[in-house]
Design a protein around this ligand. Structure first.
Ligand code: TMP
Length: 215
């Protein structure tokens, strides 16, 4: 049975670490899984990612940014996500179209109806079966993201982390609002140690899998 599961959250919320933990859990349960991320996930989309996250792109217009995220997504959907789902795999994706709704909508102020149309075009109608929002305080998240970037020499990834605190607060609020509206979302309290957060996630995912496999 194929499922499309996405992880969302502010910078430094622990998505990537938690996605790895869930990956291992699903593999232990015998699921065939694919782990991927946005922007990126395949060669063309990774090239677009480098442009988007380059600190040199600081003057990029919001519309350009939106179209580049969407272009990367269209390629990712066609080349990676849809084929994996067709093969019956569980796809775990670090961010998807909800990130566009929140970062480019709540964050940059682009009109939500236009965003919805562009998201639908880029995803070709593909919607996650389950979305996990890792909710985490903005200040702590940015702190974590900054120390990770400097310790791993990932400065080139840091454009969004240079944004003002108020921008990131809008992102957290935007995600919570979206999660409130969409039934497929589960808000995970991402405070606490990695093992405890991972247990919260596996509880939600195991419940989801049990309901889906009995349907
Ligand atoms: P990451 O921190 O998960 O690697 O994501 C890279 C950055 O890209 C992050 O700051 C969020 C941003 N982003 C958007 O603004 N819109 C999008 O559609 C996606 C997928 C990411």
């Amino acid at each position: 049975m194929s499922f499309f599961i996405t992880f969302e959250g502010i910078e430094g919320s622990g998505k990537t670490t938690q996605l790895r933990h869930l990956h291992k859990h699903l593999q232990d349960l015998g699921y065939q899984t694919v782990v991927t991320r946005e922007p990126g996930g395949c060669s063309i989309s990774d090239t677009i990612r480098a442009l988007l996250l380059d600190p040199e792109s600081i003057n990029m217009a919001s519309r350009t940014e939106l179209l580049l995220y969407s272009a990367a997504r269209a390629q990712h959907v066609d080349e990676c996500i849809k084929p994996a789902l067709k093969e019956g795999k569980v796809v775990l994706c670090d961010r998807f179209a909800d990130a566009t709704t929140v970062y480019q909508g709540a964050g940059r102020g682009i009109d939500m109806r236009q965003l919805e149309a562009i998201n639908n075009f880029a995803t070709n109608g593909l919607t996650p079966d389950l979305s996990l929002l890792l909710d985490y305080p903005v200040e702590e998240g940015l702190q974590r993201a900054r120390s990770r970037n400097s310790s791993e020499s990932m400065e080139a990834e840091g454009r969004f982390e240079l944004e003002a605190l108020t921008f990131h607060r809008r992102i957290r609020e935007g995600y919570l609002e979206l999660a409130n509206k969409e039934e497929r979302f589960h808000v995970i309290d991402a405070l606490g140690d990695v093992v405890n957060v991972s247990k919260r996630i596996t509880a939600v995912v195991d419940r989801f899998l049990a309901i889906r496999s009995s349907a």
